[in-house]
Design a binder for this molecule. Structure first.
Ligand SMILES: Cc1ncc(COP(=O)(O)O)c(C=O)c1O
Length: 379
């Protein structure tokens, strides 16, 4: 065949043909418990009826319309999102992906402050486009140079942050819990120190909540779970339950300083995606839903602390399972797959990531413990 897809991803040998709730269905009829959740995307599990209904109905009514026109799903979505944001006056810009939402956050901070330096952190991942790759700790960004001046600090080092964040800094950008790095929770007080340093210097504090947002940590956003409010909150992945979306939420004060003409998108804010995203925001905002996430988090954390796992860290359903010394996460993932369970790895070879649908049941969570026990020593 003359045309093939470029080989970018190390694909797993799973012949997936369908999914229901937290389970993948394979071509031969076997089922795999998906504790990876499409990498924090399947917030409400696969094939959620309410999302299907809202999306389908909107598609038939008004599938897509240019951003030159307003439409009811946009208003409904902004209202539903607003109910889940930390207290404050916010302005929302809608795009298509996490990387794009981060680019827009950085553009806004650089444009509004007229400064040229960005502070970011070792271990961070923010996406693959030029600015998002520059603030990510990746071996190769793919671009010949960074689009702005950069200071990359050790994660969790308050003294280094205090020294670096001065009035030359446009933005300080971080994942409130670093996910790809191996679910690294910030040390106590670190986010508060960043908040104070930004307040003192006039730098814009940006939280990349692409993974930590949308109910994942047991509150709508990690800003609430960790008790620090940024100036810009970025989210994507699970915000539309499986459809592409990127959301940049700016404080009204910052938005007022934004130069005109720097933001825009063809698809961002389209009605069908927002009809689905509205269902997600409403559901994650329900107190019973958040309670469920916290309950299942406790159960999954307990189940994960078996077999080759020596520590579980993280929040809600963004958990890192730290393996015994010398045990490789890739090997454990392979062994768990043999037991019908899919988990994620991370950039730390000793850490597995658990990012299941937030609708995971207690019974499903318990299955991980049994599987870990039975692979102990074999992985
Ligand atoms: C924290 C974080 N930010 C940004 C991104 C980029 O999102 P996208 O792949 O939608 O561009 C990712 C993707 O994994 C991510 O984990």
């Amino acid at each position: 065949m003359a045309v093939r897809e470029l080989e970018v991803y190390a694909r797993l040998a799973l012949d997936v043909v369908a999914a229901e709730g937290s389970e993948l269905v394979l071509a031969d009829g076997r089922r795999v418990l998906d504790l990876y959740g499409g990498h924090c995307v399947n917030t409400l599990g696969a094939a959620d009826e309410e999302v299907a209904g809202a999306f389908g109905e909107q598609w038939r009514r008004l599938s897509f319309v240019t951003n030159l026109l307003d439409h009811p799903p946009r208003e409904a979505f902004v209202e539903a999102l607003g109910a889940n944001l930390p207290p404050g006056e916010w302005r929302v810009f809608l795009g298509n992906s996490g990387a794009e939402a981060n680019e827009n956050a950085l553009k806004a901070a650089l444009g509004a402050t007229s400064r040229e330096r960005v502070v970011c952190f070792e271990g961070a991942f923010h996406g693959r486009t030029a600015a998002a790759a520059a603030i990510s700790d990746v071996a190769r960004s793919g671009f010949p140079r960074d689009p702005f001046e950069l200071t990359r600090l050790p994660w969790g080092d308050g003294a280094a942050a205090r020294a670096a964040i001065d009035d030359t800094v446009a933005a300080v950008v971080l994942e409130p819990i670093q996910s790809m790095a191996g679910v690294r929770v910030p040390p106590d007080g670190f986010l508060g120190e960043l908040r104070a340093a930004c307040d003192a210097s006039g730098a814009v504090l940006i939280f990349d909540e692409v993974q930590t947002g949308n109910g994942r940590t047991g509150r709508p956003f990690a800003a609430q779970t960790l008790g620090v409010t940024p100036d810009v909150l970025v989210t994507a992945k699970g915000a539309a339950g499986g459809l592409p979306i990127g959301i940049t939420v700016l404080s009204a004060a910052l938005a007022a300083e934004l130069p005109g003409g720097i933001l825009g998108s063809t698809f961002g804010g389209g009605p069908s995606v927002l009809a689905a995203a509205c269902v997600v925001q409403r559901r994650i905002g329900e107190p019973a839903f958040a309670r469920h996430v916290r309950e299942v988090s406790a159960a999954l954390g307990e189940a994960a602390l078996r077999g080759p796992v020596r520590e579980v860290r993280g929040a809600g359903l963004l958990l890192g399972a730290v393996l015994d010394l010398g045990v490789d996460a890739g090997g454990v993932r392979g062994a768990l797959l043999e037991h019908g369970i899919l988990v994620g790895t991370s950039n730390d070879q000793s850490v597995l990531r658990l990012t299941p649908p937030l609708t995971l049941t207690l019974e499903e969570a318990a299955r991980l413990g049994d599987a870990l026990e039975s692979i102990d020593g074999a992985a």
